[in-house]
Design a protein around this ligand. Sequence first.
Ligand code: GSH
Length: 334
Amino acid sequence: MASCASFPSYFPLSFHLQSTEFPNSSRSFQSGTLVFSTRGNQAPSRIRSRTYFARMESDASQSSQTVQEDVRNVASPSSSFLSVLCPLLKFFGGGDPSQERNEVFEVATSSISSFARLPWGSKSLGISSYPSSYLQLYEFEACPFCRRVREAMTELDLSAEVFPCPKGSLRHRTMVREIGGKEQFPFMIDLNTGVSMYESGDIVKYLFQQYGQGRQPSFGLLESTLFTGWVPTLLRAGRGMTIWDQAGKNPPEQKLELFSYENNPYARIVREALCELELPYILHNVGQGSSKSELLVKLSGSEEIPYLVDPNTGVQMGDYKKILSYLFREYSDK
Ligand SMILES: N[C@@H](CCC(=O)N[C@@H](CS)C(=O)NCC(=O)O)C(=O)O
């Protein structure tokens, strides 16, 4: 174990969590610069001849990036399947997400989804070494491959900057195309090591290797995606998949922060909304046994999930229904 480094110093809530070690890395970063791979198919890969330099403090959206010469847009078989499935789900799915919902139906479908994904994404395995800078995850809530990455992050007690990329995304999909070369999700960037990668299986293995003391992913996590990974996508038909047509056109100045864990049914509903609004946020995974529970209790007075902090307005709240109505009111273009 290496020496301790504090939780990211830019942590907007100004709290410092349990000290953690800086991940083993062959690369030392100069403050304010980042180097990562641009080839989508090579994962994980470190920079070789192609490089981007981006300001570490800013969003990737504000990064100055050199133009990649051969941006490729390759559709995988699963993405072709999804291009048929997604409009169908959207058609049969929940309609305007900002409208009043049937609470029983919402909670029931999300709870069955959680049941289908037990035991993954509910607790922290207590084996984590924490990165200095947040991992960056480009994903969308309904995607089963993105789900398994978030499940792994919960198990590893990792927080991440999430850049939701719903279908019809205005901002984040462009970023992924420009950085990685194609629109495929999940896409992860680790500023700490200079690695960027597609392919959920590779990402999960990488995270366990890098931040889980070199362990193998927990039993069944990878394989299970094929069996029950689709259940939440189907049961929550259309949710967390497509951008809401009245979503605000400009991102808020500061990222929202969500205390969540992957398999919490109420947090799922909030993450779906953040996705449909294409709102970038810091995802604090607080699974059972998480080192972040203490912080959550300090903030909210309880360990209840979900809990939202919006530094743009000073609003902090729990209760998924209140959060939904706040988000759709505050971040619409109406
Ligand atoms: N083998 C890939 C599959 C990823 C995949 O097919 N992702 C879908 C979403 S679930 C995708 O990127 N679709 C293209 C799109 O949404 O535009 C992985 O495990 O990451």
